[in-house]
Design a protein around this ligand. Structure first.
Ligand code: 9MR
Length: 380
């Protein structure tokens, strides 16, 4: 089933398939292969969209139909001080998306992480009141969503509000502590006011876990019942080679589409490195102790592992394609292995290989298996 496509592509084309120059116009791309099924997206960094890495930019725009800023639309980047917004880096994504006819996804408005401390403090440094924080949230959402009105297709309005364990459904975050459990409803309502046409999403990791998924279903059902304007749910999908099972992945898609929500795979990657912790918890604050045995592929991913990774991607995309009526977008969390957050998480300085494109910006077997999955689906 994978990567049959390699067999019928001439080697020169395989080598050059990622670049626009010197490649036959007919060279297949992810973007064209998934056209008609769902958007195929990529998270990019500021350097790539602002001209600092032209080769990466060319590959991204050629292969992908949607772009998410990996960091540059987070509160910390856009609104570092109470009276200061800085839209320069974020504007570059809007320009890049427009120039390349890619759907722009806003990430993210309300999150407990990457939000400056002042947001949660009153004038004297004490904790802000509910009223103050609600006003700040509304002002921020209006300024940011308002600026990109008509340019952003959809926003990750609230990110990672659910807990990973314990009795509480919601995570113990400053948003919840200060505003209360209705902080999600409020954020979605503010976003709707600011751009009535943008799609609004709830985004989280680990939703393949039964407890977290059913908590998420309850949370979103409650919001829908209260008339909160929510259009979709992002299942981040920071995965490993064996986990979660395809069955859980499919159950997750179905659980949310049964609520009538669009389902998006928003941050897909497949960690290939060993872990002694719980790799399904993609919380950036989770850290593990490193040693050399936990960093085995410093000089490259062996062929056998490349095949395993390619098979994992083929299997995942066969689930997504089978559910393409519910899945609106699949976004890879990074363009290439050289730029993935997984080189630094949960142990700093490792050499990970979780994406479709390698450090030299060459397509991996996993790239061709994702391309091939779309073709197989089409030929069925
Ligand atoms: O990939 C992002 C990394 O570069 C940042 O250092 C980190 C902290 O802002 O965020 C990473 O992206 C996260 C995303 O915004 C939300 N879901 C989990 C992602 C991986 O941590």
């Amino acid at each position: 089933m994978f990567p049959k496509i390699l067999n019928f592509l001439p080697p020169a084309l395989v080598a050059g398939i990622l670049t626009a120059s010197g490649v036959e116009p007919a060279a297949p791309t992810l973007r064209s292969a998934y056209n008609g099924s769902f958007l195929i997206g990529v998270a990019l960094n500021g350097r790539t969209v602002s001209g600092g890495n032209t080769k990466a930019a060319e590959i991204a725009s050629r292969q992908f139909s949607s772009v998410t800023p990996e960091n540059d639309m987070k509160w910390q980047s856009l609104h570092p001080q109470p009276e200061r917004y800085d839209f320069k880096a974020a504007d570059a994504y809007a320009d890049f998306a427009k120039a390349n006819q890619m759907a722009l996804i806003g990430h993210t408005l309300v999150w407990h992480s990457q939000t400056p401390q002042w947001v949660f403090q009153g004038d004297g440094g004490q904790q802000a009141t509910r009223e103050v924080l609600l006003k700040r949230m509304r002002d921020h959402i209006h300024a940011v969503v308002g600026r990109y009105k008509g340019r952003v297709k959809g926003w990750d309005v609230v990110n990672e509000a659910l807990s990973d364990g314990g009795p509480d459904v919601l995570r113990d975050s400053p948003w919840r502590r200060i505003i209360g459990d209705d902080f999600l409803d409020q954020a979605f309502r503010f976003a709707k006011e600011a751009d009535p046409k943008a799609e609004l999403y709830y985004n989280d990791y680990g939703l393949e876990n039964e407890r977290k998924r059913s908590n998420c279903v309850k949370l979103l059902r409650g919001m829908l019942d209260r008339g909160v304007p929510i259009d979709g749910v992002g299942t981040q999908s920071h995965f490993q080679l064996e986990k979660p099972s395809l069955d859980e992945v499919e159950k997750t898609i179905k659980a949310f589409s049964e609520l009538g929500l669009k389902v998006m795979v928003t941050e897909l990657d497949v960690d290939v490195l060993p872990s002694r912790g719980n790799p399904s918890i993609a919380d950036i604050n989770r850290r593990e102790q490193g040693d050399a045995s936990l960093d085995p592929y410093v000089s490259g991913l062996p062929a056998e592992m490349q095949q395993k990774l390619a098979k994992r991607y083929a299997d995942l995309f066969s689930v997504y394609l089978r559910n393409r009526k519910s899945v609106a977008r699949v976004t890879l969390w990074g363009l290439d292995d050289g730029q993935t957050w997984l080189n630094g998480f949960p142990i700093r300085g490792r050499t990970n290989h979780p994406l479709l494109i390698d450090r030299d910006l060459k397509p991996k077997p996993a790239f061709f298996s994702v391309l091939g999955s779309a073709k197989e689906q089409r030929n069925r």
